[in-house]
Design a protein around this ligand. Structure first.
Ligand code: F6R
Length: 366
């Protein structure tokens, strides 16, 4: 079953070009964004949504945090994202014109299911589930469904589910934008084309594995790590930190790079490696000045940049460049190297990668 791979996690990381391609297959056949991708009656539900409320846990929550940037900048409607276990115990104020989006690989996570029930009890009828397991509890309780087609995910740490959730959320964003008259034909064609090329771009990122293995050997002996990102890549920093702590047991935290000087900079010394997600986007110059602060304090940096980036390497600054910049889809491609870094750091430490201590694949208790 494992083929040439040592662990399911490694296999699942490498399956991502296929998983992404399968998840967008119907869209590619269609050649255009359309409500029919989300099931019967979706046009009526999506055409006049005023905002989006995303509910999820763990890695699925980070997919939601990423999507917020797309929903607000492309569909141009407000979006909030909340951890399901918090939402369900909060006195939330419902706007029934908002769309409730739950994201769950397993479709059985109790907190996400209960958050959905709570939203429905508040009067929300427009509900959509993004899920990887057909006919599981959460999609069955939702009005609309988009199934990611990652295939069975066996490793406890979520990988291919995450990238396919992002693809589904981007498709949702563009579909709402189109139905609401905010996506012109040229933009639509551009996004469809970018998605068509995405499996290839993901494969290019996977090809960075040997360079990441070299980094992971330096990472493995560390006690702590800091992950930094900005904007749409901040959730990728969060995901990188979660992956690392979950399977290698190295304590890792993620911050939006602009927050460094508001506290976490005090932690930085030679013993604290700092991973920076720094693609060529509008915030690159800001990130560069943020990391000067790390450099000045002796911290060693591991930077994931883009091919044509001006990032200079130095004794303290290690740079791996992803082969091309994929614009708005960049967080999907930048998820790959942080998965590989966590995997290889765990491997070097000899932990049980597919079954980390204390964790279950599907969390059906509170
Ligand atoms: C992290 C991880 C968990 C899950 C979370 C939600 O690698 O796997 O954080 O993402 O338990 O699970 P689902 O998506 O099944 O609701």
């Amino acid at each position: 079953e494992l083929g040439p791979y040592r662990h399911f996690m490694q296999k699942e990381i490498h399956e991502q070009p296929r998983a992404v391609a399968d998840t967008i297959e119907a869209l590619m056949d269609n050649g255009a964004f359309g409500a029919s991708l989300f099931g019967e009656g979706a046009e009526d539900v999506l055409r006049d949504v005023e905002g989006v409320q995303i509910l999820a846990c763990g890695t699925s929550y980070y997919a939601g945090l990423t999507a917020r940037y797309w929903i607000e900048s492309i569909a141009k409607i407000p979006c909030s994202v909340e951890i399901a276990s918090e939402y369900r115990y909060r006195e939330a104020h419902a706007n029934p014109k908002n769309l409730i989006v739950t994201i769950s690989q397993s479709g059985e996570t109790l907190d996400t299911m209960e958050a959905l029930k709570y939203a429905k009890s508040l009067g929300h009828a427009k509900t959509l589930s993004i899920c990887n397991v057909p006919e599981s509890a959460i999609p069955r309780a939702s009005r609309l469904v988009y199934y990611t087609r990652a295939g069975a995910e066996i490793g406890v740490a979520s990988t291919k589910a995450f990238t396919t959730q992002l693809v589904a959320l981007f498709t949702l964003t563009c579909t709402i934008a189109k139905l609401q008259g905010r996506l012109d034909a040229a933009q639509e064609a551009g996004y469809i084309d970018a998605l068509r090329q995405l499996p290839g771009s993901v494969q290019h990122a996977l090809n960075l594995e040997p360079q990441i293995v070299a980094w992971s050997e330096r990472f493995a002996p560390k006690q702590h790590a800091l992950f930094l990102g900005r904007g749409v890549h901040y959730p990728i920093a969060l995901e990188g930190a979660l992956k690392l702590k979950e399977i290698s047991y190295i304590h890792a935290e993620a911050y939006p790079a602009g927050e460094l000087k508001h506290g976490p900079l005090a932690l930085v010394d030679e013993a604290m490696p700092v991973v920076v997600i720094a693609p060529n986007d509008a915030l690159l110059e800001k990130v560069k000045s943020n990391i000067q602060e790390v450099r000045a304090r002796g911290g060693e940096m591991f930077v994931f940049a883009d091919a044509d980036s001006q990032f200079g390497e130095s004794e303290q600054v290690n740079v791996i460049r992803t082969p091309r910049h994929v614009g708005v889809l960049s967080p999907i491609v930048h998820a790959i190297p942080v998965q590989l870094l966590a995997y290889h750091a765990a491997l070097a430490r000899g932990t049980d990668v597919d079954k980390p201590r204390n964790l279950a694949k599907s969390v059906t208790v509170e």
